[in-house]
Design a protein. Structure first.
Length: 304
């Protein structure tokens, strides 16, 4: 939303995302190595075992101005090229405990550019980067003719008690649920399915007495990843009452019905299928959100 409504970022603003990108690259590579070892697979190129140890041992410096080390970047680049990767990634897609970041493959492909001297993150890098929400992040956007205050809140269980009762005068809630997480588990609780957790949280929010006058926008996100995953990872394995096979439209409607069934308060829910990393996809979606906000000009606060 910031990219859409704040316009082009200055070079200084782009540079502030550099530590986030570096962290995403390194942690994803370390997860890759760890998961590969746990899966029982071995590197096809024996020299990659040494590279893997270097990647695991490396820690990012506290100096935010430091570049990403070329040696580590080249090691990650070679690990990603290893012939074992296709087999590993297929296993990764099927195992719920493998929580590799969605943009990991993108960053592995771009790691040599990212490690170059004077690297400034691109807008695509920013869209792909993941910054975990801790506490409440506040920003204000000009959505002509409106000025909208946005609160981005933490999704982890430990974060929810910090915000769920704090926004009784909020104008709109945008709830983001990842379709592609139907076979994944929470980092903090390997026994809990991520999509089930999203459904439970959504039910808590829309039936809360704090939000009886609030507009609800539901983003069913990561449609692209969901479409790629569904033929290989059956939805019925995780939601036994689903009967639509690998049909993406049927699967999407099934998941949407689960969210709508939770709406005991009979609030109006505006639903959008989204690919948050694709500006072309998000432009009409955010225009629709803007129109919804415009219909209620008394308040101008939005919870994401």
């Amino acid at each position: 939303m910031e990219i859409m409504y704040k316009g082009d970022f200055s070079e200084a603003a782009l540079a502030t995302y550099r530590p986030i990108v570096y962290s995403n690259v390194l942690l994803s590579a370390q997860d890759l190595v760890t998961y590969l070892r746990e899966s029982g697979l071995k590197w096809a190129e024996s020299s990659n075992e040494i590279r893997a140890k270097k990647v695991l041992a490396y820690r990012l410096p506290e100096n935010k101005e430091a570049s990403f080390p070329r040696e580590i970047a080249e090691a990650i680049h070679e690990l990603w090229k290893d012939p074992i990767m296709p087999e590993f990634m297929e296993k990764h897609a099927r195992r719920s405990a493998f929580c590799l970041m969605d943009s990991a493959a993108y960053f592995f492909r771009e790691v040599l550019r990212i490690s170059s001297q004077g690297y400034i993150p691109s807008q695509v890098d920013i869209l792909r980067a993941h910054r975990r929400s801790i506490g409440i992040y506040e920003t204000r956007l000009a959505m002509d003719p409106l000025s909208v205050q946005i609160f981005d809140v933490g999704g982890l269980r430990s974060e929810r008690r910090m915000w769920i009762h704090c926004f009784d005068s909020i104008n709109m809630i945008i709830f983001c649920a990842a379709l592609s997480e139907y076979n994944q588990v929470l980092l903090e609780d390997y026994s809990q399915n991520r999509l089930e957790e999203s459904l439970q949280l959504f039910e808590t929010i829309i039936n809360s007495r704090w939000f009886t006058q609030t507009s609800i926008v539901l983003f069913l996100n990561k449609v692209d990843l969901f479409t790629d995953k569904l033929p290989n990872v059956p939805l019925v394995d995780y939601f036994p009452d689903y009967q639509g096979g690998s049909d993406v439209t049927k699967a999407t409607k099934y998941i949407l019905s689960k969210f709508l069934e939770a709406n005991r308060s009979r609030l109006t829910i505006y639903t959008h299928l989204t690919i948050a990393t694709d500006i072309t996809n998000m432009a009409p979606v955010l225009s629709a959100v803007k129109e919804t906000i415009h219909q209620n000009p008394i308040r101008d606060s939005l919870l994401l």
